[in-house]
Each structure stands twice: as structure tokens, then as C-alpha cells.
Design a protein around this ligand. Sequence first.
Ligand SMILES: *Cc1c(COP(=O)(O)O)cnc(C)c1O
Length: 341
Amino acid sequence: MTAPLRLRLSHDALISNWKLLTKLSGSAACGAAVKANGYGLGAREVVKRLAVAGCRDFFVANWAEARAIADLGLSVSVLHGVRKEDMAVERPPNVRPVLNSQAQIGLWRVGGEGRACDVMVDTGMNRLGIAPGEIGSLDGLEVDTVMSHLASADEDVALNRRQRDVFAALAGMRPGARMSLANSAGIALGADYAFDVTRPGIALYGGRPRAEHAEIRQVVTPEAQIIQRRTVPAGEIVGYNGTFTAPRDMEVAILNIGYADGYLRCFSGRGTARVDGVAMPVIGRVSMDMVAIDVDAMPGLGEGDWVSLDYALPETAALSGLSQYELITGLGSRFDRVWSS
Ligand SMILES: *Cc1c(COP(=O)(O)O)cnc(C)c1O
């Protein structure tokens, strides 16, 4: 059965974005962050498509996310590391924990069966990772990649350079291990942020955290169907709490998408739907499963017809006040995810 909502996903845009980020990564290998189900696009499809293009390193948050893609046989790193619970069950051999603390290092020493791991070093974000001075505590572990993470790479602040320099000073301290620092925004900071492996997420999926990402293309477009079309007489209201009053007799269509799908209340009176390039403004309040649009400009549009919703991430973030990350990861489970070129 086909779902009444679709996420239209562009294969060409995804691959073109990965190639652009590969180019910006210089001599480093360009991986892909596919946590949170590939930022909501569907991790398996994203991984398969990027693997064909040549991507080899994938990053997820936890072991459940790793298991969902482990059978594809690629290198997968688990950013949250390991918990006792993860050590108690069988782990796919191609998945490595990113060890974040001495306790996690201890767990892996005891139960890791000598398999490879990655290590996160905290260079100033104070989120996850061991201190730079603790790198000596890794002796005897098979470390594939030493990582750190930038706190403010989407801004031009002195902390970026400080974090990079602290990280660069670790080079050679784990002979044979790869080094990885940059997310999407970090890749745009320059070649000296790329090291051996980069880890873009949001820019693969159409996010543009920095001006240098101008050529990044939109990947995701939500599409909804018209449930009912009606004429609203001048002076009558539309939707909860009557926040919209019809200024004239007008044509209105009710779409089957709402805040439960991630089309949040901030689009009330602000969002735009579109068919054949013609813009149709969202009017009144977004409901849980519905939203009203002004279809005066589209006399031929009727019940059952599909419309797309404007969802270019940078512009939609500016319009809504939400981050590009929240916009894309919030799109819910009622969509069919449909890939096209
Ligand atoms: C999410 C994440 C990334 C990807 O970040 P983007 O800003 O989406 O490019 C890279 N590294 C780590 C450690 C992350 O948690």
C-alpha cells in the first residue's frame, strides 16, 4: 500500500553532494554520518548509494543503528562507544566502537576480543572523549581512527583553530591510526582540517552550514496529498483558533500533513506548498495531521492531487527558526521514502 505522504529523495543530489565534499576534503577520504536513520532519509538506502559512489566510512550513534547496516559489509563506527549492555551481545565484526572514556576503554580491553576500535579525543567541546593527555592509555589497543569533534565549525571563531592545533599535536602518537576531525562545516574550514578521514552529515543531505557549501544541492522534498478542497467565504476563519480570516471569497485545500509528521507549527501562516512552480501559501495554524493552503492560483487542483512543500534547508531554517538538523531529522514515519534521480 502506498503511504499518503512521500519524501522525494534525489539520488543525484546526494551523490553530487558527497563528491563535492570529497573534493573539499582534499587528500582525505570522505566518509558519511548516517546516524538517526541517515538523518531521517533511511540509512540503508543512503549507505548503499554512497558505497557505490566510493564512500567507505560510515558513522552511526549506537549499536542498533550499526546493526541496521552492518550486513552491507562496510566500515561502521559507533559514536556513542560501548555500554555494558553492548558488550553482552554479539557484535558484527565490521563495526567499531568509538571509545569515549576510560570506562569504555576498560570494557573494550576486557571484552573486545582484540578487535579494532576508534577513539574520541575531546579537544575543547567538552561533550565526548578522553583528554589529549590520555592518549598514552591506549597502549595495546588496535586503534583504527583517532577522532575529535569541532564545537563551532559553522562559525568563524578562534576555537576552531585551537581545537585543530590540539588535535594535530596528536599526529603520530598512535602510529598507523588514521586521524579524523571535520564534520560538514569543518570540511569547509580548509585543507588542514581534513586529516585522513572526514565525517560529513548534514551537507550530504542538502544542509549548508557555511557559505562555502553554496553548491550543495537539496536532497529531500516532502510531498502531501489534498484531502478536501473548499470555498471559504470572505470573513470566515480557517483552522484552530481562527488565526486566519479569509480577506475575500477564496479557494482553500486541506493537506494530509501536520506537526506529527515534522511539519511543525512554526510553518503556520509561513510555509509554502508548490505545484508546477506555483507557490501556494500555508494559511492558519498547522494541525497535528493537516494544514490548509490557499489554492486560488490553481483552479485545476483537486482532492487526491499531490503538492510538494518548500523545504530547502538553509532557507527553511531561516524562515522557521529551527536548525537545518531539526528540520531534516524530524520528518516522521508516515512518509514513503521515494528515491529518484
Ligand atoms: C553528527 C556528527 C558528525 C556529522 O556532523 P554534520 O554537522 O552533520 O556534518 C560528525 N562527527 C560526529 C562526532 C558527529 O556526532
